[in-house]
Design a protein around this ligand. Structure first.
Ligand code: B12
Ligand code: SF4
Length: 399
């Protein structure tokens, strides 16, 4: 998935957008049997496997240990394929699987051909020690704030950067895995974030995305310093992972705007306040936040509110009303299709309403199946909702 032409200079690759985002080349591959009836294509994203194999085979000397990461639970076939590939190339080298999927579906991940599956953050003392035992060595001490140092310097000339100034989230929404992945909320010191920003800037990076789950919680720790630095250095910032709407006071919105935030995603989820599955927003907080955003300079081209779609027991009228009401206030909506996540409070209900074997087969967590919506995904329904959302996007704030 490495987008950098410099690494794979001889391979044609779709041009990224000016802010560094995708697209990725994709190849249609046969659907796994469990998805045979789904009226959608199944694709592999990224390089051709033969090219990846050739690039890995050229590594000299071969690795002492292979660490395979994972992200979405329903992307595990890619992990499986990577593990098999490494096994084939280096039969005597231990292969370890970890990351989001391995942490959320450990029993399933242990059935892959990897030698070991390590759940949770790599930098816990137990995991760190376990990893070094595999090398027959004692673990060196971890650097401070190890889980908050993304090694972007390994890219020679990145088009964009990612920043993580915190792990975890103090909230506990029923549909979210944040607590399972990072129990507790911890933040980096401002010094570390500024160091990251300086080194990204020195690499020529001008677009940075935040991956924090709770970016606006305790912003005085590092975010204010980071935004002030970004304003001085003309950076453009993006929050693809939504921010907490209730934190958007006039002061916060002004700082975000001045700091260069130009893609702002809001965790709205629904405006049906009687049936929320979380306690992170009230109607008053929503209305105040919208006013503060507009006053600071944010327009419909910068802001979108994520609205959850496809939750168990969802009320379509409430979703349509949320889309319309957000539009009335000048905030376009993006539907966030629900992915059921094992271990979250909502998973048991998801299992009850879904026709899919959610507990046994992570492929069925795929949000594009609409696994908990009666009838599941259909192109006609998708078109209907897309039209509704587009109408509001094209014509926000009709009043
Ligand atoms: C960034 C992000 C995205 C980005 C993806 C960008 C990208 N290309 O990677 C965007 C915004 C596009 C995105 C979209 C979605 N996302 Co998302 N996303 C995340 C997020 C916030 C951060 C992931 C990350 O990179 N973290 C930083 C790295 C450093 O952490 P890490 O990978 O966990 O690594 C640590 C450990 O896992 C471990 N580790 C990792 N690898 C390895 C390997 C070994 C060997 C070892 C030992 C340890 C180890 O050590 C690391 C350091 O501590 C997570 C939430 C979270 N807090 O993790 C959700 C998360 C992964 N997303 C989730 C969801 C629900 C979605 C969406 C479905 C949302 C929606 N409804 O639309 C979409 C789906 C997109 C799709 N196409 O299918 C869920 C998972 C769903 C699932 N079934 O798996 C998560 C967990 C959110 C949540 N809190 O519930 N997402
Ligand atoms: S506020 Fe966001 S990150 Fe925190 S628990 Fe809720 S959905 Fe997850």
């Amino acid at each position: 998935m490495d987008t950098l032409e410099r690494t794979w200079a001889d391979i044609p690759w779709p041009r990224p957008r000016p802010d560094g985002r995708g697209p990725y080349p994709k190849t249609e591959i046969p659907k796994p049997a469990v998805l045979a009836q789904v009226p959608r294509r199944f694709c592999r994203y990224g390089h051709d496997p033969a090219r990846v194999e050739a690039a890995l085979a050229a590594l000299s000397p071969p690795p002492d240990l292979v660490l395979v990461t994972s992200i979405m639970t329903y992307w595990y076939p890619g992990v499986d394929e990577a593990v098999r590939l490494c096994r084939r190339l280096w039969p005597r080298v231990p292969v370890v699987v970890g990351g989001v999927y391995a942490t959320l579906c450990p029993e399933h991940a242990r059935r892959l051909e990897a030698d070991h599956c390590i759940c949770g953050p790599l930098e816990t003392p137990e995991n760190w020690a376990a990893l070094w035992r595999l090398l027959g060595a004692s673990a060196p001490s971890l650097p401070d704030h190890a889980g908050l140092r993304l090694a972007h310097e390994l890219y020679a000339a990145p088009d964009f950067g990612v920043l993580l100034g915190s792990r975890g989230c103090p909230f506990a929404c029923a549909y979210c895995a944040s607590r399972l992945l990072s129990p507790g909320f911890c933040q980096a010191p401002a010094r570390l974030v500024l160091e990251r920003l300086r080194s990204l800037h020195a690499q020529g990076v001008r677009h940075v995305a935040f991956y924090d789950d709770a970016l606006l919680v305790a912003p005085e720790t590092w975010l204010w310093s980071a935004l002030a630095w970004c304003a001085e250095h003309h950076m453009t910032l993006h929050t693809p992972n939504a921010v907490h709407v209730r934190a958007l006071t006039p002061d916060v919105c002004r700082r975000l705007w001045r700091g260069g935030v130009r893609t702002l995603r809001l965790g709205l989820e629904t405006l049906d306040f009687n049936h929320r599955l979380d306690a992170k927003l009230t109607l008053e907080e929503w209305e105040q936040a919208v006013a503060a955003l507009h006053a600071a300079g944010f327009g419909a081209e910068h802001v979108r509110a994520y609205v959850l779609f496809g939750l168990p027991d969802e009320d379509d009228d409430a979703t349509a009303a949320t889309i319309a009401e957000a539009g009335r206030l000048g905030i376009p909506v993006e539907l966030a299709f629900y992915s059921p996540i094992p271990g979250t409070p909502l998973f048991a209900r998801a299992e009850r309403v879904s026709p899919w074997p959610l507990a046994e087969e992570p492929l069925t967590h795929n949000n594009s199946l609409w696994p908990c919506r009666p009838g599941g995904f259909s192109w006609a329904e998708a078109a209907r909702w897309k039209t509704l959302v587009r109408q509001v996007q094209r014509n926000p704030n009709p009043q």
